[in-house]
Design a protein around this ligand. Structure first.
Ligand code: GCU
Length: 612
């Protein structure tokens, strides 16, 4: 083989290798002008993954000459004799973004593979530009192909990812094929068992970004945690001209403009002094327009600057003590059905939280779509964001850890510039073991290494003392790794007598803020009975009436996020006629009707405002 041919082969192989994993996340794709691929996509349900494997169970993917059955080729018969046993263009269509469970009745319970196909043109296609394909999220595994070439694979159902597809496109008649597989399995994150619906599909926006040869790939801008008069962070360029390149950042409203030169890796630190910054807060969610330019690229963002820290058992926002009047919520638009994904969905959910009197929301149990953190920035609502390290994860499996860490990384990369996000949570209700504590501690260290400006927590569990069940404790060695001690407690619903709630107390000897990350009771909206009848609105109301003042006696209490804002679908909740596949702990029903306990919590928060 000639020397020249060896070089070509090397770069071809390198290209293949680099194509298999997503590229670094394009920061702030949200405000970039892109080509949306949202809309109707053709889909093929492939229970036996016949479009991926041949009859000997050998993958077409990656083979030198994939068989005619390889769905990612989007093949058409060459002539009337030719055999092609699938046809995307004759297949039905489905909305993207959106889960398949709530769109197609036959797919309501479906867990498996669905193939999606979308044809597209690139207006004013410019081969000198670079092209990225960005997904807000796909649940759970996505294998992505463009014009029959594999871009790569992504696992994790709730975080964004993008692939570069430069050189693979033409001005017209392109097609993207995505194999989506939402099967659960023990070693995944989450694992087999969750208390939420396993909505599968391309559940968030899909967008093509046309980028200049050298562009702004990433940046971070937040108030310096040690000096509130300095904005610090970095800019990272990507491209052939990334090294020793001038970049600039301006905040017009502050008459600030600073120039930097990137290092050999296209990176530069940022440090901007400003004495007249108006800090972002819940009462004054001030956002500044920030303009960044580098290479031949310009991006704009809207960023709030604030400090969040703890002092003993207090949480301080810009140095002022704050009590987190919160609520938990899942990512569902229950009236439309299925996964929430739009700004309209976000306005419904955060609108209800605001109506409740909340200044804080726990986005359980996985990263929600970016509209939530963007809207929370605008509304002045603080956020707890979480990765789905939930219940019985395979703690000893290194692939499982790598997956969890990657989802944490993708979440932090996406939302690190969002003032509303104050807490990264690495887990929920995980059983104690050495392997589990090692696994979670590694995640905490990763989160701190990526972002030392926010607080780290996790939803732990409490239990009653042997010798006195009225005394509750949180005996968890992992607590010492956390900035905030949070735990879920269900006294009066899962165990314990609702009439005894007033007599319980917690013995927690820790000088850290405490958040009660869950408590609650199920109630079927509209079912009324005496307040000791389980599933009645009155029972749920009584539990809130008894629990709230009892929690208030915890000296370190700095926040609560009761479980949960809205009833949500769960395959674990099959009590007919009460649950019918819904977890009924919501304060609002799936028809948008408020239960009596909604007003109990609302009053509790409004009385707290009077004290503040
Ligand atoms: C747990 C868990 C939730 C679940 C809730 C319940 O605390 O964290 O995901 O939905 O209890 O049982 O309703």
């Amino acid at each position: 083989m000639m020397h020249f041919e060896k070089i070509i082969l090397f770069f071809f192989c390198l290209c293949q290798v680099t194509l298999m994993y997503p590229n670094e996340l394009l920061q702030n794709s949200y405000l970039r002008k892109g080509i949306s691929l949202n809309g109707r996509w053709h889909y093929i349900v492939d229970v036996y993954e016949n479009g991926y494997y041949n009859y000997r169970w050998e993958p077409h993917d990656g083979s030198e000459n994939p068989g005619s059955g390889a769905f990612f080729l989007n093949s058409k018969p060459k002539d009337k004799m030719d055999l092609v046993e699938y046809d995307f263009d004759a297949a039905p269509t489905i909305n993207v973004p959106g889960d398949w469970n709530s769109q197609k009745e036959k797919l309501f319970y479906y867990e498996g593979t669905v193939w999606y196909k979308k044809s597209f043109n690139i207006p004013n296609y410019d081969p000198s530009k670079r092209y990225y394909l960005h997904f807000g999220a796909v649940n759970y595994r996505a294998d992505v192909y463009v014009n029959g070439k594999k871009l790569g694979t992504h696992k994790g159902g709730f975080t964004p990812f993008n692939f570069e597809m430069t050189g693979l496109l033409t001005a017209e008649d392109n097609f993207v094929v995505v194999k989506v597989d939402n099967k659960r399995s023990k070693e995944e994150v989450p694992t087999l068992n969750t208390d939420w619906w396993n909505y599968g599909g391309i559940t968030r926006d899909v967008t093509i970004y046309e980028l200049s040869p050298t562009f702004i790939e990433n940046y971070r801008l937040q108030l310096n945690k040690n000096n509130p008069e300095i904005i610090s962070g970095f800019i990272q360029l990507n491209g052939a001209q990334k090294a020793n390149t001038d970049v600039s950042i301006s905040i017009p409203e502050l008459n600030l403009e600073e120039k930097y030169t990137t290092d050999k890796n296209g990176y530069t630190k940022i440090s901007i002094a400003s004495k007249n910054l108006r800090y972002w807060s819940t009462k004054n969610p001030k956002l500044y327009k920030v303009k960044l330019s580098g290479g031949s690229d310009q991006v704009e963002d809207r960023i709030g600057f604030r400090r969040i820290e703890t002092n003993g058992s207090s949480i301080l926002l810009n140095g002022q003590k704050v009590f987190l009047k919160g609520i938990s919520l899942h990512e569902e638009n229950v009236m439309r059905g299925g996964r929430a994904y739009s700004m309209e969905d976000a306005k419904i959910l955060l609108g209800w939280a605001r109506e409740l009197g909340c200044n804080f929301v726990r986005l359980a149990h996985y990263p929600h779509n970016e509209n939530m953190s963007r809207l929370a920035d605008e509304m002045g609502i603080l956020l707890w964001e979480e990765i789905p390290v939930y219940w019985t994860i395979e703690w000893g499996n290194q692939n499982t850890y790598a997956n969890a860490e990657n989802q944490l990384k993708e979440l932090i990369e996406r939302d690190k510039n969002r003032a509303s996000v104050i807490i990264w949570s690495v887990s929920n209700e995980t059983p104690l073991s050495e392997e589990r504590t090692t696994f979670l501690t590694r995640l905490v260290h990763k989160a701190r290494a990526m972002d030392d400006s926010r607080l780290i927590s996790a939803a732990l569990e409490d239990h009653g003392k042997e010798d006195d069940p009225n005394i509750m404790v949180v005996a968890d060695p992992f607590a010492e790794e956390l900035d905030i001690l949070s735990f879920n407690q269900y006294y009066g619903w899962y165990g314990g007598d609702i009439n005894n709630i007033k007599n319980i107390r917690w013995e927690i000897d820790i000088d850290k803020p405490i958040i009660i990350s869950e408590f609650g009771a199920g109630a079927l909206q509209g079912y009324h009975a005496d307040n000791l009848t389980r599933w009645s609105e009155e029972f749920q109301e009584l539990l809130y009436q008894e629990t709230l003042p009892t929690l208030a006696r915890i000296p370190q209490l700095s926040g609560i996020t009761p479980w949960i804002l809205v009833d949500f679908r769960s395959p674990r909740r099959m009590l007919i006629p009460i649950q019918n596949g819904w977890n009924r702990k919501g304060l609002i029903s799936e028809t948008g009707n408020k239960k009596k306990a909604f007003f109990t919590l609302k009053n509790f928060y409004s009385e707290m405002d009077l004290i503040e």
